[in-house]
Design a protein around this ligand. Structure first.
Ligand code: NAP
Ligand code: FE
Length: 376
């Protein structure tokens, strides 16, 4: 049994400003990795820039990170980072910029390598990474994973290296400008992390502390998510309190600490097909499978799924599934897609190995069929 969680985390209002000395302690030339718009709108980019500017630290902003970032994007960003001679990478945004920051930090630190190295097993280390999350789902600020889109393989996959951020500066205030859909989708990603980690082949008493506490926190945000879903015309900041946003961020980091010990499992493997081929946002693409996945798991060890449901405050997987369907909305695929995705997941040996029991293609197809609307 082991436990490893090396990232230093601060979770508090104005934590970038409060911990600027530490933010400045990891390098002398900063590459900032972020998305096109949101970090400007929610103030996170300006918070970091204010610290760097006051300390006269040279920086460069790479703001071309797309959702579900591709290998090609991180390779292009790394070229700019090398030319700038960056020695620290600061990721600001949702999981996409944070994951991209990790892969970019690896490529900058290894200029002799090209992007093919991302999916090889070499002895490579990365530049230090600092993470400032602005969504409440991936937990990437505390996980070693970086999931990239591999267009060459028409799917998404974690790179082969464990890159934990040195420092995570987590502030719920950045969620105030997020849309209802983004909050629901990303919160459901955190839920998937807790459930998949709790039901994982590597689950142990250490990581139960995180997956189970994460589920307890998630129960607290169910009313907030219900309110958002029931008032789609109202801005979430008019419906939720500062405390709600803080709890959502906390649930996300705790869920990240859970998957950092185990990895994710089959709902994430299924989600990559749905996101790559149908553009469904990551959290929704995972959450849509959770209830059917738990029903399959319960055939072997129902006491585990009962535990998950009781921590979340649901009476049955049916009620849980109905709640998720209500806040997420449907996903439609064709019968031919179903067959292809079941084959693809059956070919994903490393993800199948995360499931504690034997599972066959019929069971995977049944999870797809029960979770999605299947068209002819
Ligand atoms: P995301 O792809 O990072 O961002 C989704 C959208 O939300 C973008 O349009 C972004 O805008 C916007 N956005 C971000 N923060 C916002 C805010 N505070 N207010 C308003 N809009 C905001 O979403 P994500 O769900 O956080 O990340 C998904 C990625 O993380 C996927 O690639 C997934 O595979 C990966 N992931 C990683 C791990 C891990 O352990 N590392 C775990 C689970 C998932 P901009 O583009 O303008 O910034
Ligand atoms: Fe996820």
């Amino acid at each position: 049994m082991q436990f490893f969680a090396p990232t230093k985390v601060y979770l508090e209002k104005d934590c970038v400003r409060n911990h600027q000395k530490e933010l400045l302690s990891f390098g002398t030339r900063a590459l900032i990795v972020t998305g096109k718009h949101s970090s400007r709108a929610n103030g996170s980019l300006q918070d970091v820039l204010s610290v760097l500017q006051a300390a006269e630290v040279p920086y460069m902003i790479y703001d071309d990170i797309e959702e579900n970032p591709s290998v090609e994007t991180v390779a292009a960003a790394a070229e700019e980072g090398k030319a700038f001679r960056a020695d620290v990478v600061i990721g600001i945004g949702g999981g996409s910029p944070l994951d991209a920051a990790k892969a970019i930090a690896l490529l900058i630190a290894n200029p002799q390598e090209d992007a093919d190295c991302l999916y090889k097993s070499k002895e490579l280390t990365a530049l230090p990474v600092i993470a400032v999350p602005t969504t409440c789902g991936t937990g990437s600020e505390v996980t070693p994973n970086a999931v990239l889109t591999r267009h060459a393989f028409k799917t998404k996959k974690s790179i082969s290296y464990n890159i934990y951020p040195e420092l995570a500066l987590v502030d719920g205030k950045y969620l105030a400008s997020a849309s209802g859909h983004l909050l629901i989708n990303t919160a459901v990603d955190a839920l998937a992390h807790c459930v998949e980690s709790r039901l994982h082949v590597k689950a142990n008493v250490y990581n139960h502390m995180f997956s189970e506490y994460g589920l307890t926190l998630w129960k607290k945000i169910v009313p907030a998510l219900t309110k958002i879903a029931e008032h789609p015309e109202t801005a979430p900041s008019d419906l939720l309190t500062e405390e709600d946003f803080k709890t959502m961020m906390l649930a996300s980091t705790v869920a990240g600490m859970a998957i950092a010990q185990t990895s994710t499992s089959l709902p994430h493997a299924l989600s990559y097909e749905i996101t790559y081929n149908h553009g469904v946002p990551h959290g929704k693409a995972c959450g849509i499978f959770l209830a059917a996945y738990m029903e399959e798991y319960a055939k072997n060890r129902p006491e585990d799924t009962d535990r998950v449901l009781s921590l979340l405050g649901f009476d049955s997987t049916k009620d849980f599934g109905a709640f998720l369907a209500k806040i997420l909305g449907p996903v439609r695929i064709s019968e031919a897609d179903l067959s292809l995705y079941a084959d693809n997941v059956m070919a994903n040996a490393s993800k199948l190995a995360t499931y504690p029991f034997a599972i066959d293609r019929d069971a995977i197809a049944a999870i797809l069929r029960h979770s999605l609307e299947i068209t002819a």
